[in-house]
Design a protein around this ligand. Structure first.
Ligand SMILES: NC(=O)c1ccc[n+]([C@@H]2O[C@H](COP(=O)([O-])OP(=O)(O)OC[C@H]3O[C@@H](n4cnc5c(N)ncnc54)[C@H](O)[C@@H]3O)[C@@H](O)[C@H]2O)c1
Length: 346
């Protein structure tokens, strides 16, 4: 990958920090991180600086994307080839209670970023979107041309952002994008481990009051929660619990590097699902977490939650065929173990 200047918004967050780590390890890019540390942590920035070593190629700027004049000041002072845009509010139930927070932070701030990208000649943008844009898909595995019908403001705020990016690129042929629609992201930094026993993450997921199943299962295994809940066991699946497509965060990070290379080598703007193309039920995930932790923690059955489709699994053929992304960690035990080992450290 050639040396370029990359702006990463939300680089102090879970997924953004894993992508910065891969950029440090696999490219020569100069990286500027903008993050307001609302859910991101200074600890991740320190970890990234230590991965970068002496000749630091990362600059961290604590700033809020809502501060348009400060953000424009950064674009005036620095020139970026590409933007990787992770910063967002991400909690679905909160988006239902406080939709404007989501439309402001996700859609409005993305729109401003796209405006600046245009005015300051940024060539490429990679945008973190979500399977939530599909709502309750009529067919699974769901492919990129399926209908997009988000059922909550979070999903809608992301779909609207996709549209802003797409329309802008249609009007400006010097600006290209890749939208990545992530499925269920989990796990932590593999840090070069070649076996499950060697896993020793330097960064991982630290979201406060997480709603992510694998993180909650890891917290419960370590006694940070008394018990955990399965929301519904009467779905039309083999064991009655919901099925999701869990992707290891380092594989997701690889997809960003592949997408960047694709754009830099002349690829067209496009939208790709990122998942493994198969799923596991909530009960299977819990049983694997029990196995890798050796703890038979308490699990209760609770009623279904509104808006949870029975099965949500990606059709991932497009990203594999178009940009040559190859997952390395498609292994539920490994994903659970990496999440657990990170959870021990925080
Ligand atoms: N975690 C998942 O399973 C998942 C699934 C689909 C999509 N996504 C998307 O991936 C992206 C990253 O998610 P994550 O899981 O790493 O969440 P995260 O909360 O760990 O990361 C988001 C980062 O953005 C920062 N941020 C938020 N608003 C900001 C603002 N106004 N200005 C500056 N910084 C701001 C936060 O401090 C944080 O560091 C998000 O866009 C999210 O919608 C995540």
């Amino acid at each position: 990958m050639k040396k370029s200047s990359i702006l990463v918004t939300g680089g102090a967050g879970y997924i953004g920090s894993h992508v910065v780590k891969q950029l440090l390890e696999k490219s020569e890019a100069e990286i500027t991180i903008i993050d307001n540390l609302s859910t991101g942590t200074a600890g991740r920035i320190e970890a990234l600086k230590s991965i970068a070593g002496e000749a630091s190629r990362i600059e961290f700027i604590e700033a809020d994307l809502a501060d348009f004049s400060m953000i424009e000041g950064i674009f005036k002072a620095k020139s970026f080839d590409s933007i990787l845009h992770f910063a967002a509010s991400i909690v679905v139930p909160e988006s239902v209670e406080n939709p404007l927070k989501y439309y402001m932070n996700n859609t409005v701030n993305t729109t401003n970023l796209v405006r600046l990208a245009n005015e300051y000649g940024v060539k490429n943008m990679i945008f973190s979107s979500t399977a939530a844009v599909y709502g309750e898909p009529k067919e699974v595995p769901v492919n990129e041309s399926a209908q997009t019908e988000p059922i909550n403001p979070y999903g809608m705020s992301k779909l609207m952002s996709e549209r802003v990016i797409k329309d802008t690129a249609s009007a400006n042929d010097k600006f290209k994008f890749v939208v990545l629609r992530y499925f269920n992201v989990a796990g932590a930094d593999m840090n070069g481990a070649t076996s499950i026993e060697e896993i020793d993450p330097r960064i991982g997921q630290s979201f406060p009051n997480a709603t992510h199943l694998i993180k909650i299962a890891a917290e419960t295994a370590l006694g940070k929660r008394e018990r955990m809940y399965i929301f519904g066991e009467d779905y039309e699946t083999e064991d009655g619990s919901c099925i999701r497509d869990y992707i290891h965060v380092d594989d997701l990070a690889d997809a960003h590097l592949a997408a960047l290379e694709y754009l830099e080598s002349g690829g067209n703007s496009d939208i790709f699902n990122v998942g493994y193309g198969h799923g596991y039920s909530v009960k299977e995930v819990i049983s694997v977490m029990k196995e890798v932790s050796g703890v038979d923690f308490e699990v209760e059955i609770a009623p279904r939650r509104a808006g949870d489709p029975a099965v949500l699994v990606s059709d991932n053929r497009k990203i594999k065929e178009s940009i040559g992304w190859k997952p390395r960690y498609d292994d539920l035990a490994l994903i659970c173990k990496s999440a657990l080992e990170w959870e021990r450290k925080i």
